[in-house]
Design a protein. Structure first.
Length: 333
């Protein structure tokens, strides 16, 4: 007689709607990368919708709700002057883009936001341009009463703009129930990138060390000057933590969009090794995007590796949208 094998119950899943997770972006000369620059005291604004990969979104594609959102979208632009005055910038719609030309004398910042009857919290993320000797892109993320602002730099690798996994994990941390558990806790953000997760956790009262490597460290260092609760330290997956992380003795670790399906099987043992060198961590939150059929195997491999260290594993937060599903997995000792 064949042995009866008990089936494991699937992890509990919380669905939070079909958020679009698109973002507004200021384009430079209709190119994907870069932002418009001031020429002869004027700024040619060209605002459009992108997905997380910064490719322009084709209008009226996808679901009925996508059609409703795009068709009813109203994009507004405001110039914030150095004296604090805010003045509306009239935009002309050109298909799926909104354009204007602005005299930037005395202007410190230009903000673009979307409104519409069908919009939800994570549907279309606003953006801003800081105007100076050179303009710089800033991503606004409003999550459950939190307003986070992080710099984005286009064309310099994957670490300098806000990925959907980071937005989803920040949204989860910003949930009212989760906030109560972060105040006073020590948290390490692995592969922090722009620092949106680190900033969310710090804003909610956690003591945070944001870690990454290479180009990302410069952006994180700038973030730390504006967020007193965030410290920064270099840490590559596979390495033991440095003195800042070791001294912080974090009890929570986070990582968002650090695994790319189909390519990052080799990253799994390195991330596993780093987490094993953090014995004080009793909770680990991994946010990732289900981009294709390779998403499940690479995530399953990490779950199998971490199960001895974190035996309780569950999907605690999930967002579905047009470009895939975005989940937060909770690993608990």
């Amino acid at each position: 007689m064949a042995a009866v094998v008990a089936k494991k119950s699937p992890p509990r899943r919380t669905f939070v709607g079909d958020e679009l997770l698109l973002r507004l972006k200021f384009f430079a000369s209709r190119r994907t990368y870069g932002v418009p620059q001031v020429v002869d005291g004027r700024l040619a604004l060209d605002v459009g919708l992108t997905d997380e990969h910064l490719d322009e979104v084709v209008p009226f594609a996808g679901s009925d709700r996508y059609h409703d959102v795009i068709n009813g979208l109203d994009v507004t632009c405001v110039a914030i002057h150095r004296d604090g005055a805010a003045r509306a910038v009239p935009l002309a719609r050109r298909g799926s883009r909104w354009v204007a030309t602005l005299d930037v004398a005395g202007v410190a910042e230009v903000r673009a936001a979307a409104s519409g009857a069908h919009l939800r919290a994570l549907d279309v993320l606003p953006t801003a341009l800081e105007v100076g000797e050179a303009t710089a892109a800033v991503r606004d993320v409003a999550l459950g009463g939190l307003r986070l602002r992080v710099a984005e730099v286009y064309g310099f690798g994957v670490s300098r703009f806000v990925w959907n996994g980071g937005v989803v994990l920040a949204a989860y941390l910003g949930d009212a129930k989760k906030r109560k558990g972060l105040a006073g806790r020590s948290l390490v953000d692995l592969g922090s990138g722009t620092g949106v997760v680190a900033l969310a956790a710090s804003t909610l009262g956690a003591r945070v060390v944001a870690t990454d490597r290479g180009d990302a460290l410069a952006g994180l260092a700038d973030l730390a000057t504006r967020a007193p609760g965030v410290a920064v330290e270099a840490l590559d997956f596979g390495d033991a933590p440095g003195p800042l992380v070791a001294a912080a003795a974090p009890t929570i670790a986070c990582a968002a969009d650090v695994l790319y399906p189909g390519y990052d099987f080799d990253v799994v043992p390195l991330l596993w090794r780093t987490l094993a060198a953090l014995p004080s961590v009793d909770e680990f939150y991994l946010a990732f995007s289900h981009r294709d059929e390779n998403s499940t195997p690479v995530t399953q491999l990490l779950m199998d590796c971490l199960r001895p260290q974190f035996p309780t594993i569950s999907v605690c937060y999930r967002v579905e949208n047009l470009v895939g599903h975005h989940s937060v997995i909770r690993f608990k000792k």
